[in-house]
Every structure is written in C-alpha cells, then in structure tokens.
Design a binder for this molecule. Structure first.
Ligand code: FES
Length: 207
C-alpha cells in the first residue's frame, strides 16, 4: 500500500461538482488517509481529516452540516471549513484554541472539485487552471467512465506520454506524430497526432 510520501504534490480531483450536493457529507479515502468531504450551504466544498479532535469519530459517517459548520455525529463538536472547532454545544465555556483538524486547500473548477496535497503540508504553488473549452460551444460534452485499475498512479501518467504503444497495443494506424512535448513549469504541453481506424476510414486525432 502506498504511503503518504509516495504521492506527488499537486491538485487532485476528488469528485465531480454534481457528485457533492449542498449539506452532503461523505467519507473520502485518498493519499493513504481518511478524510471527510462536505459542502456547506454557500456551496463551498471542504476536505478535512476524517477524525474528530475529541474522541476520534469519523466525521464522514453521520456528520451533518448546519449553518456552515460540520457537526460530529458522536458528541456534536462543530468544525468550520478550515477545520477549526468553533463550538462544543454542551460545554460553551471550553477553550477552543488549538482544537482543530487539518483541512486541505480545495478549489472547484471546470465541473470538478480538486484538493491540494503536499506530503510536507506546503501550500499550493500554482492554481487549478480554468479550461476555456469546458462547456464552450463547439466542443462536445465529455463522457464519464469509471474503471478500477490495479496500478500505481505513475504508470497512468507515463502511459499518456508513451505515444509509441498506441500503434502496437491499441491498433492505431501508424506511429504517433509527436509535434510537441514541452514542460512549462507544472504544465506539460503535448501535441500528438494519431491516425485512428474507424468505420469511416482512417481519421486523424490531435491530443
Ligand atoms: S468524538 Fe466527535 S464530538 Fe466526541
């Protein structure tokens, strides 16, 4: 099983926007850890460490959202979206300083919810890009498909830039025409043209 340090830093999609409704609370497993994913009434999503600062109940199982805070299902401690405990209902005089749980930076862009992960807890060093093509006219709607793949995440990344295997493994008509493969900071610009065999003959597709 992968350890936390095995994950690269960066923004990771945790779900699609329409998979998390207002006041929706759910457990979420990522980076070898347990989290609670929830959305407040202002539609702001949050991703926080799963376990309550009090006695460690998993907030993703039975936690509820009310007035912008997450209520622990066990004894009702309340957390804001930064993971700060803001109230202990049965002990209003309790000192709340230092009673908090970790919250990961989170952004909602392009119909997705993304969380920033860094194994050393460093803050985001770049933003989630806005994709102008998303919902733009002239572009077809993408289709969602789900697979469970028993692999390491690095192999998925390496598969994308391994242009040669498309011909030998996937039956693409000829070797890929790689016109550009250029890293710019955290972005990799790739322009690959494939010739796909289709019922209508060979068609060229650019990635
Ligand atoms: S375990 Fe969460 S309030 Fe007690």
């Amino acid at each position: 099983m992968a350890k936390q340090a095995d994950y690269a830093f960066g923004w990771f999609q945790v779900c699609y926007s329409n998979e998390l409704g207002v006041r929706h609370v759910r457990p979420f497993h990522a980076f070898g850890r347990e989290f609670v994913l929830w959305r407040d009434e202002e539609r702001q999503p949050h991703l926080m460490q799963a376990y309550c600062h009090h006695l460690g109940a998993h907030l993703g199982h039975g936690g509820t959202v009310c007035d912008g805070v997450l209520h622990c299902p066990f004894h009702g401690w309340q957390y804001d979206g930064n993971g700060q405990c803001v109230a202990i209902p049965y002990s209003p005089d309790a000192k709340l300083n230092g009673r908090h749980i970790e919250a990961l930076p989170i952004k909602e862009r392009n119909g997705t919810i993304c969380a920033w992960y860094h194994p050393c807890g460093e803050p985001p060093s770049f933003d989630v890009p806005v994709l102008e093509e998303w919902r733009a006219s002239g572009w077809s709607r993408y289709r969602r498909q789900y697979w469970e793949v028993d692999t390491e995440w690095r192999e998925i990344q390496e598969n994308i830039v391994d242009s040669t295997h498309f011909h030998y493994l996937h039956g693409v008509n000829s070797l890929a025409d790689v016109r550009r493969c250029e890293p710019v900071g955290h972005i990799l610009n790739v322009d690959i043209h494939h010739q796909f065999r289709t019922p209508h003959g060979v068609r060229v597709n650019a990635d």
